[in-house]
Design a protein around this ligand. Structure first.
Ligand SMILES: NC(=O)c1ccc[n+]([C@@H]2O[C@H](COP(=O)([O-])OP(=O)(O)OC[C@H]3O[C@@H](n4cnc5c(N)ncnc54)[C@H](O)[C@@H]3O)[C@@H](O)[C@H]2O)c1
Length: 273
């Protein structure tokens, strides 16, 4: 197993879901963790849980849309813990996803807020995090994209486009700063049963159970270990990638679930004449 001993990590959107699970795991692996979220009460509760488990954490109220607050978030990590090694740009405003419709129905303010939290936020994190990391020899940045950014969605438009940007931002940063010791990767979760994921109606969740290669839908705790690995020195040769953590849904031929149902109804192998 790998360790994050001696490392300092910032996790945006760390008050809930995937960010909270990752904060708990990173702290248990020895990292000192800064939880940066608009939901300061949630961050304080996560800090208390981590401290109760013997870890070290700090809550810094941060809106990732605001450059001054991102700068402050990085400064707080460095002044409190002395360095910055890991930045998990994970926050996104999933409360506005219901207003993200097809392109002809796009509401401009929803589109702009989606881009601002989902794509500008990670860019600002990189902008201010990288100089702090370089001072102590480099670090690892992980940005949360989504399978929605790799394959077209039926209803949403802004969210998938922002997530596609996150995957490419990660490659840009990896190339631009790799020689200075910065690694940068994206993760692309499939449906994950975070508080946000649980808001998806049950019939839609069942579609994921049907189309995932595994027989279930993942939890935030199924995403966190990959993030912790990407944050660790064990992944030192891994950069510029977008890692899909999605129960296999994007690896299957799109007709797989229908095909499986079709074959199940046959009395002889398909194509056997
Ligand atoms: N849950 C899924 O199915 C799924 C799938 C793919 C990708 N993702 C991505 O994973 C990430 C985490 O999502 P989650 O499912 O854990 O959701 P979540 O709602 O449980 O957590 C999101 C957190 O981000 C915070 N946040 C929202 N706007 C913010 C802002 N402007 N500044 C700072 N913090 C802000 C929220 O307060 C919340 O704590 C998001 O980037 C999301 O797009 C989620």
């Amino acid at each position: 197993m790998f360790t994050l001993d001696g490392k300092v990590a910032i996790i945006t959107g760390g008050a809930s879901g995937i960010g909270a699970a990752t904060a708990r795991l990173m702290a248990s692996l020895g990292a000192q963790v800064v939880i940066a979220d608009v939901n300061q009460a949630g961050s304080i509760a996560r800090v208390a849980e981590i401290e109760a488990a013997g870890g070290t954490a700090l809550a810094v109220e941060t809106n990732v849309c605001d450059e001054a607050q991102i700068k402050h978030m990085v400064e707080m990590a460095v002044t409190t813990y002395g360095r910055l090694d890991i930045l998990f740009n994970n926050a996104a405003d999933l409360d506005i996803i219901g207003g993200d419709l097809d392109v002809t129905a796009q509401d401009l303010s929803n589109w702009e807020l989606t881009m601002r939290t989902g794509l500008t936020g990670p860019m600002l994190g990189c902008k201010h995090g990288i100089p702090a990391m370089v001072k102590t020899g480099g670090g690892s940045i992980i940005n949360t994209a989504s399978v929605s950014g790799l394959f077209a969605e039926v209803y949403m438009t802004g969210y998938p486009v922002a997530k596609a940007g996150v995957a490419h931002l990660s490659r840009q940063v990896a190339l631009q700063w790799g020689k200075q010791g910065i690694r940068c990767n994206a993760i692309a979760p499939g449906l994950t049963l975070s508080p946000a994921g649980l808001r998806m109606p049950e019939p839609m969740r069942e579609m994921y159970v049907r189309h995932n290669m595994v027989p279930f839908v993942g939890l935030p705790e199924d995403i966190a270990p990959t993030v912790a690995f990407l944050a660790s020195d064990m992944s030192r040769y891994l950069t510029g990638q977008c890692i899909q953590i999605d129960g296999g849904i994007t690896g299957a031929i799109p007709i797989a679930a229908d095909y499986r149902d079709f074959v199940a109804g046959l009395t002889a192998p398909p194509m056997s004449g």
